[in-house]
Design a protein around this ligand. Sequence first.
Ligand SMILES: Nc1ncnc2c1ncn2[C@@H]1O[C@H](COP(=O)(O)OP(=O)(O)OP(=O)(O)O)[C@@H](O)[C@H]1O
Ligand SMILES: [Mg+2]
Length: 300
Amino acid sequence: MVLIALTYKKLVDRDFKILGIIEREMTRYEYVPVEVIERRAKMPSTHVAMILRKLNMLKLVKRRLGEYVGYRLTYLGLDMLALRSLVERGILHALGDKLGVGKESDVYSGLTPGGERVIVKFHRVGRTSFQRVVRVRHYAATKPYTSWYELAKIAGQREYRALEELYRVRALVPRPLGYSRHVVVTEFIEGVELYLYENAVDPEKMLRDILDTLRKAYLEVGIVHGDLSEYNVLVAISDEEEKPYIIDWPQYVEREHPAAEQLLRRDVEYIAKFFRKKYGVSIDAEKALRFVRGELEEPF
Ligand SMILES: Nc1ncnc2c1ncn2[C@@H]1O[C@H](COP(=O)(O)OP(=O)(O)OP(=O)(O)O)[C@@H](O)[C@H]1O
Ligand SMILES: [Mg+2]
């Protein structure tokens, strides 16, 4: 079993209670003073001390010693609170293998209470560097400083909401099942990443479907993916048809964003070039772009 799941199993109600208090108070303190935790917990201080020792040993909190003793959550601590909420709401039942470590996320498989296989994506914003966060995540640039956990939660919420709206207009994206904080649960797409997909049957149709998803995103939802590549497309075979699903949406920008047109052009030109080079599809990127913007009815 993976560390996150093993750790989760070691926790009881009062551990979650203390984690929850620290989470709430972190909006006011960088390290939450022990006195504050005790006051909010309404538990004897010896009990609180014991729980904090356990949480610290499991690396769910980080202790600060100095003029006062205080605690803050680690990513693992935040993971526990998110999992707890997903489990209690019946969205998730079990966590499976780790499927990948991205620049800014950890992706696991999982199971719902009904036995459906799902994807559990833990956003890890700021794991690389804050500079990169500001550069890549446009929503982070407006505030002078936002903490790692706030940024990670924003990424989770953004990805979930984008998927919800995209799924509603029948764009080819994984069905979103729920989220908590920085963790998003979606349908598991049984497929293979486009960059690994050899021997495509109908590449022109696949490209058309991808452009159609970009068009729905742009015209019906009002967003631009902004990081489209052969790594963020999963090809699934259903009814003997190749279906390209576009994944990884947290960095999307709204159509009104000053960078939207430039990012849309980048996405379209990039994917058009990929299909031209790999499959010899003859496509005019300008025409494809006009199709996505709704100025043409056909991309080819
Ligand atoms: N719905 C899904 N179904 C099946 N596999 C998925 C699904 N979502 C993600 N994956 C797998 O996990 C990998 C990483 O997912 P995703 O692209 O969403 O995040 P990421 O690339 O780690 O994020 P970042 O771009 O910040 O590095 C994918 O390449 C794919 O192999
Ligand atoms: Mg990706």
